[in-house]
Design a protein around this ligand. Sequence first.
Ligand code: 3PG
Length: 206
Amino acid sequence: MIDRILERRICPVVVLDRVDDAEPLADALLKGGLDVMEITFRTDAAADCIEYIASHCPDVIVGAGTLLSPDQVQRAKDAGATFGLAPGLNPKVLEKAQSLGMPFSPGVMTPTDVEQALGLGCDLLKFFPAGAAGGPKMLQALAGPYAHTGVKFIPTGGINRANMREYLDLSVVAAIGGTWMVDSTLILEKRWEEITWLTREALAAR
Ligand code: 3PG
């Protein structure tokens, strides 16, 4: 589950509007060598897309992103999501995920956020919005007082093929997330081969 993201070190952040796109997208990622994906709860189709992939694409580990309420956590879990993430740290959302036994990474951006997350029992944190919050330099600074706690980050927001290495080279970075290989135009225009190519390229650049 979450271990697979940590092994692959890259998690595509997917926004899907149509369930019909779920399988070709999962296939395109698999052809590129990636067997994990985060489907964000930003569309009405999110839960159905997760359910489709969880039941039809056994080789893919699917998680849910942008979980903003306990109800969404429940729906994600019911649909078959095996991990969850959020852009921020909402204790109610986190408690719900913990009560369901769902590995969950809340979003943090400041030292105060990091300490709150650690206090709530989380040590794998989404760092969002990574680029706007100071990028690798900010993560390096956060590593100073917190690396010894064992905390690790999954930066997302503003990561792309040009800057991904700067993040992956940091020891506090467990994995990175982003939309650059699965952006909504590529999905809307069904450019599956391009998604495969961009995925392959991202994995090769690790
Ligand atoms: C996320 O939720 O992680 C971000 O929307 C991804 O940001 P990106 O589009 O800049 O990769």
